[in-house]
Design a binder for this molecule. Structure first.
Ligand SMILES: [Zn+2]
Length: 133
């Protein structure tokens, strides 16, 4: 067992080290194999404020032009605490949903985001499509 410092746990809560979990997706070295993996990697991207990854994995039909994650007062930005995936439902080969709870702190207060996210697969890649919160 190596130290936590050498192999930091992935922010997505998988229990795996970042280097063998979401890192390859964020770096573009691998594609998330399913909607849950993509959802987890997008959560990790939020914790790292990796806006390019978030936009790249957002379906073109619903993608915002920018997220402005690093703009404004830092206290007004959520500080992500953890993620729990409650369900991953595969509708068919190219449609899936992920039900999750993400906890965060904003302006010193703990909050949680419960969301049912929809994902679509196009040309071999999964994309975040929309949310039903
Ligand atoms: Zn991960």
């Amino acid at each position: 067992m190596t130290t936590a410092l050498a192999t930091p746990a992935c922010p997505c809560g998988s229990g795996k080290p970042f280097a063998s979990c979401c890192e390859a997706y964020l770096r573009g070295n691998a594609q998330a194999p399913d909607a849950e993996a993509l959802m987890r990697s997008r959560y990790t991207a939020y914790t790292l404020m990796d806006e390019p990854y978030l936009l790249a994995t957002w379906h073109a039909s619903t993608r915002p032009t920018a997220l402005k994650l690093t703009e404004g007062d830092a206290n007004a930005q959520p500080q992500w605490i953890d993620l729990k995936v409650k369900a991953h439902k595969v509708e068919d080969a190219s449609h899936a949903s992920v039900d999750f709870v993400a906890r965060y702190r904003i302006n010193g207060k703990a909050r949680k985001l419960e969301e049912l996210s929809y994902f679509v697969k196009e040309q071999g890649r999964w994309y975040y499509l929309s949310a039903y919160a």
